[in-house]
Design a protein around this ligand. Sequence first.
Ligand SMILES: [Zn+2]
Length: 282
Amino acid sequence: MVKLEQISESVWDYYYKELEGHISIVKLTEYLVFIDSGLYPQMAKEVREKAEECLGLPTKYLILTHHHGDHIWGNQEFEDCEIIASKAVLDLLKIRLADEKFLKIIENMINENPERYGDLRIILPTKTFINEYQIEDDNIRIQIYQTDGHSEGSSFVLIPEERVLIAGDLLFSQMFPYFGDPTADVYKWIDCYNKMLELSPKIVIPGHGDIVDKKEIISQKEYLQSCINWMTEFIKKGHKKEELEDNKDFPVHPREIPVENFEEFLNDSKLRTYDVIRREMG
Ligand SMILES: [Zn+2]
């Protein structure tokens, strides 16, 4: 059964155990705005129905924080809405849809789990922006900031009047932040954390994990900075990228929870960080 939690005067949240994921809903005077569509269509459908029934309003917009599947695989349940994302998200999704390897992964996913993904269609954003975008009515403003970092195009959402920040995967809560996407950029991610802190949110809904406050932003920023420092030293000492896989002293997240693909996530993150820092060092 779908359970929505009220987070502030205008924000509700659906939390699902499987990936410790979130779908958030903002209530404006005449309509609802969804943020991310979740892991699979049926989930999105149920959450939308529940929200519209409980809050008594139709849905007008879906905002996508980034292009990763677990945040967009419910999009087809919002085809009658304007689907908003940064332009980079649309571009990355178009590249994925033209990529045979990616399509094969989707096909396998559908075959392995037909009940969940059987009718999956990848629906693209219908409205894009660069840097910032706003939705507002007389009562409330929804501000979207594109910062990149976790992935190119990654954005977070702020409800300034209620000081609620919906981070997408720009914040993982009390767990290892995946920074292994081929478009991840640790420097931009640190800038993003600084921007979030400047906005001084009271409540932060992460992409994964428990709802937290800004202390978690500080703690994740410190962790990412320690990874940057470690990698900078590693490169300065003349080590090669090939040596990374076996290297065991890369900083460990203080509250690491063992997850299934952790080794792979960590390894991707190390390799991508190497490339980004190498590029920066010239
Ligand atoms: Zn992600």
